[in-house]
Design a protein around this ligand. Structure first.
Ligand code: GYE
Length: 333
């Protein structure tokens, strides 16, 4: 599903909530075979949940996995966790195995946006509620119960606004993009480019995928420096890990990251705060990975057939060098 579709869906939600004064909403796909008769409400201890994770490509992902596992342990939920190793095929296999095991709820962070219709239909036919976590997918709304995560388009807009300030509305940018075809890559680009249209003196020299991986960020930045050299005034990295890799490449090239080449990235992981304190990263846009609590809360509501929000949206902040040392001790990931 596209963000535009999510927005349309939010409008429908607002109208429905105004009509019913309920404050939340249970979509039809949430009604499942696991619906409990009155008097037998399930608790966390009764829940068996399957989660198809993408992999372990970034600090963000590690924090996200930890949040899911720690929250499951704390609540007493049985979590069946599958690592997709960045492969859609492996995630599809994991979902099929969760269906075969008759779990109560299935969660997935889809590595790419498309190609999910068939397997999500199988989940629906099995009567199992499906939660998309962190990344959304391009499927009809009826094929999943809820999406929990950030507004990636907004993150792209924020990154552009920071960039505009750092460049005084003028200069040449290179972009390190995430996994090709993934929701954050597509949406962060859309938000960034939409905002950039108001600044004709800022030019994007090049954009290349670094797959959200630190080593790839370094490698690709090295190649970008070899091609564009000192014409590069700034880097927008779609995640912190790629920015951190690029910082190494910039230093090896003999330039000063954060000074000669301004850098804005997304995620706000610990290492990004350290890089800001060292003056090597200028700003990072937060993307909250601590999605374990809202995930299991929604899962429990779904099995008990209680109202849920179709999009449980994370609140994301902007962090800059000036507050980085105050913020670092407060960071949980
Ligand atoms: O920004 C990146 C991770 O889907 C929001 O995936 C997530 C992104 C995050 O690999 O670091």
């Amino acid at each position: 599903m596209t963000i535009a579709a999510l927005c349309r869906c939010s409008i429908v939600l607002i109208v429905l909530c105004m009509l019913s004064a309920c404050g939340s909403f249970a979509p039809s796909a949430a009604r499942s075979a696991t619906t409990q008769p009155t008097g037998s409400t399930k608790t966390y201890g009764d829940l068996v949940v399957g989660f198809a994770q993408i992999g372990a490509e970034s600090e963000w992902r590690t924090a996200n996995t930890r949040s899911l596992q720690e929250t499951a342990n704390r609540l007493g939920v049985e979590l069946k966790f599958a690592d997709g190793q960045q492969q859609q095929e492996k995630q599809i296999q994991a979902i099929r195995s969760f269906i075969a095991q008759r779990v109560d709820v299935i969660g997935i962070s889809p590595v790419v946006e498309t190609g999910w219709d068939a397997v999500f239909t199988e989940v629906q036919q099995a009567g199992i509620p499906l939660i998309l976590l962190d990344r959304h997918a391009s499927v009809p709304d009826s094929l999943f119960s809820a999406f929990i995560g950030s507004d990636f388009v907004q993150q792209g807009r924020y990154a552009c606004q920071e960039m505009v300030k750092l460049l005084n509305s003028q200069g040449n940018i290179v972009v390190l993009e995430g996994t090709i075809g993934s929701a954050p890559t597509i949406d962060r680009r859309a938000g960034f480019d939409e905002c950039l249209r108001d600044y004709p003196q800022i030019h994007v020299l090049d954009r290349q995928s670094g797959d959200f991986i630190r080593a790839r960020g370094k490698e690709v930045m090295k190649a970008l420096l070899a091609t564009h050299g000192t014409r590069i005034d700034a880097l927008f990295a779609q995640n912190d890990d790629m920015a951190l890799g690029a910082i190494e490449a910039i230093e090896e090239y003999g330039s000063k990251p954060g000074v000669d080449i301004k850098i804005v990235s997304i995620d706000a992981v610990r290492s990004a705060f350290e890089a800001m304190i060292a003056g090597k990263l200028n700003a990072t846009i937060e993307c909250d990975p601590l999605l374990g609590p809202p995930f299991f809360d929604t899962a429990l509501k779904l099995v008990n057939n209680q109202p849920i929000h179709k999009w449980v949206k994370s609140a994301d902040n902007i962090y800059r060098q000036d507050t980085a040392s105050q913020e670092l001790p407060k960071r949980q990931y």
